[in-house]
Write a protein of this length. Sequence first.
Length: 735
Amino acid sequence: MGRFMSLGMLAVLAVSAAPAIALAQKATPYRWTNVTVGAGGYAPGIVFSPAERGLAYLRTDMGGAYRWDSVAMRWVPLQDSNAVSSYMGIESIAPDPRDPAIVYMAAGMSARAPAAILRSADRGKTWRVTPVPFEMGGNEAGRGLGERLAVDPNRTSTLFFGSRHDGLWRSDDAGAHWNKVSSFPLSGLGTPAPRQTHGGVAFVVFDPTSGTADQGSKRIWAGVADPGAMHLYRSEDGGKSWIAVSGPAPEMLAVKAAITKDGTLYVGYANGIGQSDALQGALWRFSPEGKGQAVTPPDHQEGGILGVAVAASATGIIAISTLDRYRLGDTLWLSRDGGAHWTDLGPKSRRDVSASPFLLHEGKGADFGHWITGLAIDPFDPAHIVYTTGATVYATSTLGAATIQWAPWVRGIEQTAIITLSSPTGGAHLVSGFGDLGGFVHDDFATSPQPTFANPYLSNTNTLDYAGLKPNVIVRSGSLYANRPRDASLGRSEDGGRSWVPVKVPAMGSPPARADLNGEAAVSVSADGSAMLVAAPEPMLTRDGGKSWVRVEGLPGNTRATADKVDPGRFYAVTDAQLLGSRDGGAHFVALRGHGLPANLSAARIHNREQQSTLIASPFVAGELWLKLGGQLWRSTDEGASFQPASGALQVDLFGLGKGSGRVPTLFAVGTMDGLRAVWRSDDLGKKWMRINDDGHQWGLRFRVISGDPRIAGRVYLGTDGRGLFYGDPAGERK
């Protein structure tokens, strides 16, 4: 409590305190740029600043927060310097209602993870961090509730925060210190069991009409989204005491709220906190004195009301949105008379997604969207309305037109989880595998990619491989949402990933069953593209594109194989006890000597289908292998007959190879040296390492995959868990 040191300052101190050996080579400045997708993930909330036209903030569930820069006309990421993983999950965000430079955030990914209130006086360029004792859930169920964090417009040094698990909290010094509001009826339910959560105090709203400048607001509303008899409370004395306010049936939880300039409160209710259990909902209007009235649109029928917004500059304009309206599809309603009459905007809406064609990745037109929990009306322009989905942010400025035109409002937002990526020896320099979005061929890093990962369409791409001598041949494995039908989880492309054919492994076992449909079976392809090897419970090999299959001999079930990138006859694999190799194109595997390696190879085990491979073959010379055992790299230049240590003092988490000098690759790694976790590069086979990211580019240290480019010296690709896909080049050498 009360520690105001910025994350950037903490990182600087960590570097300066480390022994000089940590940077055995002088750090090389790198220029880092997002590979453009354009949003792509779930943004639970969006808010406009009431203090300045054109100022807005977006919060995401695992990729930090963004600010709209109306001059540059793009969203600016606000937490790239953050090195605390949990702080990338934003539970709530609150701009100061009087000073446009001040903004607050509640940051914490989940229960048992670090949580803090972040405070900025320069629009999020820098932050003061106050760790707090109450837990948050920025990436838990119910992350679309809120806003939990609120600033009193009549005394902006007073803030309230509605926590999930520990009741209502208050600060009277602009968020520097926090005290629990002991008088609030919900004291808290405590830390939930693993994989469970609470809705808790879902929102806090100050009534600006109930106070005067610098004296504070008297009337405060708070909604509760935990089971109980009452779910809405009102204070008339600035939070000293609280009165329960009657609303709909007890099963309806108070999840979202907005207040008009005359003090009328609109509350959205749902029978669950989301994102898949808010099946019923209602909207109620409350007078400042607490008199309630149901104003739910009569054709609502199903789905929770998880979006509520009012127009600050026009009387009577209310917008609401639904969540989990499965049968009819989610939509927005608009009222111009305070909820007496409603218009369903769904039938009137059209979408132009030409700037974000990836939104068509499921092979259908862009629909209204899903997981709609962020909804806002521009306080300076009632025709400008925006809402968030599980994949993008939509905006319109044509609210009063007969046809409402929506378009993604996403320039600068890159909020995706990258599972895997590949930089082939020919064709496009980058092919990616994403969570939720399938994957892409990136021909232009500055343009949102066309969706080509179809036939089969798989929401997650778990592994990618290319043929080293014939790089237009690419294979992939993936998985699909649990409730979707599937006929294949493997695909093969002959044109660099632009079109695909499904690969189906025959039924096996007793009784016979397709073992490849659950997405667990990785696929690899020989250097000439002729052979594909599938790591099924009974590993299988095909040499005719999947028309016929043979059982691989000597390779244990579910063991991922690595193809040599230069010699078509060679494959390799690692088990807990031995290194294996094949010289007949994957048909038979035998033990390799592996001289120099530890006897126990279990540290190289692949623990899940999304894990980057621990065994990589060089794209430059046959028989060169790189193996990661725990945090140690090992190199072989003789087909696995012998190995030498190759990572020096660096403890390696992830690694990849790129173009170096001649046939000697450049190494890229995410790892830790002398207490500093960072992104590193080595030009001398791991003897010395230089840090290539800096304190301004840490992205919560949430990394999934890394690889160099075999054709561009110094180029590295880095996949994060929440902040999208990056490419880096030495500063001044952008290709």
